[in-house]
Write a protein that binds this ligand. Structure first.
Ligand code: COA
Length: 390
């Protein structure tokens, strides 16, 4: 039985900062951000968007009434969750009116959470071929104003439906995963910003890629030439490029050109959004599928997932015939073109806005947020979510 990605969509906040302008205000040469790091625009979430609303908006774009009835498992990958106890999946389950006879959980392992969710979903479908699983990856990447990580912030979510007989990508069975305890990136419960050892995280990302890639080749007998494209977790687009370059010499000139061209296409959405942590790999995969129009059915796509701390996994899938018909590329274009640029000063102000932590009530202005699902306020330490269509 084929199991894999039947639907995939994303959501990003409607505000962004131009990286050239951020560079100028930080006294950095713009090329450091646009070439050295490889980012053009950074998504900025207004206070009316949090990881729950971003994920719910992403899922809203792809689910129909039949999906909502058939989904019996909602898995939410996040590393910027809003509650240490209640899962973000339960909120999304309610906001989207998903079948009540469903499981809803949150999974965490830095940027690896969504991949863990997808693999869990695959096992669930193998045992329950009639069901569908909604996997969400949603985060707000925050390092702080004027920090070295600032240029690699961002916000957004992906939503995937995993099912039998998928329309987009059949997940192949063999994958390689690897875990080692390292402190390259972490966020203690008391902090709303991440701590990062940038140099170590870069080194370890590449070391993990090398380990899983070598093991994958040994296990499967497959080689670089067997891949149409490799998509990477992209904390910033230069990072995946560095990892890809470590293996390019294993291929002929044709293979190198193909993988390099497809890499650039797969990084396009991420260049314009920034880091969305758990969703980054899947935003890159979607960018490839949406922006490259001539991928053949049965093309093999490699996916490298990395979550600091750290867990890495290399896994693969085969594109299904007519996958393009299931992408809704026109919605992607609309989402990007409806965004509004804000100044660095406006971004700084939004960045510093906070919600009450003393139980007091606050009502937020959701009329200025074009999203369908918003955070409308807080009361009694409870977040008040609104689906404007309900
Ligand atoms: N033109 C072109 N490139 C330039 C440049 C210019 N004017 N100035 C600098 N650069 C290049 C540097 O050579 C470097 O490239 P390299 O990595 O290929 O050597 C790149 O820009 C970044 O410069 P660097 O001095 O390393 O930046 P930094 O100290 O500000 O840190 C990160 C960059 C990514 C480490 C930092 O933003 C960070 O910690 N981010 C969060 C962690 C993260 O995303 N980790 C990834 C793994 S999950």
């Amino acid at each position: 039985m084929k199991i894999g990605i039947d639907k995939i969509g994303f959501y990003i906040p409607h505000l962004y900062v131009d990286m050239n302008k951020l560079a100028v205000s930080r006294n950095v040469e713009p090329e450091k951000f646009t070439i050295g790091i490889g980012q053009e625009k950074m998504a900025v979430p207004p206070i009316t968007q949090d990881p729950v609303t971003l994920a719910a908006n992403a899922a809203l774009e792809i689910l129909d009434e039949k999906d909502k009835k058939e989904i019996d498992f909602v898995i939410f990958g996040t590393e910027s969750g809003i509650d240490s106890s209640k899962s973000a999946a339960v909120y999304v389950h309610d906001l989207l009116d998903i079948n009540p006879y469903a499981r809803a959980i949150e999974v965490k392992q830095a940027c690896y959470g969504t991949t863990a969710g997808i693999q869990m979903a695959k096992g669930h479908i193998a045992l329950n071929p009639e069901s569908k699983v909604l996997v969400l990856g949603s985060d707000i990447a925050r390092y702080g104003l004027n920090t070295s990580g600032e240029a690699t912030q961002g916000a957004g979510a992906v939503a995937l439906v995993i099912s039998a007989n998928p329309s987009i990508l059949e997940l192949e069975d063999q994958s390689v995963y690897f875990t080692t305890d390292i402190m390259d990136f972490w966020r203690p419960i008391y902090s709303d910003k991440a701590f990062v050892d940038g140099k170590l995280s870069n080194e370890q990302y590449i070391a993990f890629f090398s380990k899983v890639w070598e093991q994958y080749k040994t296990k499967t007998g497959l080689e670089l030439k067997d891949f149409e494209a490799i998509c990477y977790h992209l904390p910033y687009t230069k990072m995946g490029l560095k990892a890809l370059r470590t293996v390019l010499d294993e291929g002929t000139e044709d293979v190198k050109d193909r993988l390099m061209e497809n890499y650039k296409i797969s990084a396009r959405y991420n260049r314009n959004v920034g880091n969305i942590y758990t969703g980054s790999l899947y935003l890159s995969f979607l960018s490839l599928l949406a922006r490259k129009e001539d991928l053949d059915a049965d093309s093999r796509i490699g996916l490298f997932s990395y979550g600091s701390g750290a867990v890495g996994e290399f896994f693969t899938g085969l594109l299904q015939a007519d996958y393009r018909e299931h992408l809704h590329v026109e919605n992607h274009i609309k989402l990007f073109s409806a965004r509004k640029e804000i100044t660095v000063a406006e971004y700084e102000e939004i960045f510093q806005e906070t919600l009450p932590t003393d139980g007091s009530t606050i009502e937020l202005d959701i009329d200025n947020d074009p999203a369908t699902i918003c955070l409308a306020g807080m009361a009694d330490n409870k977040r008040q979510y609104v689906n404007k269509t309900k």
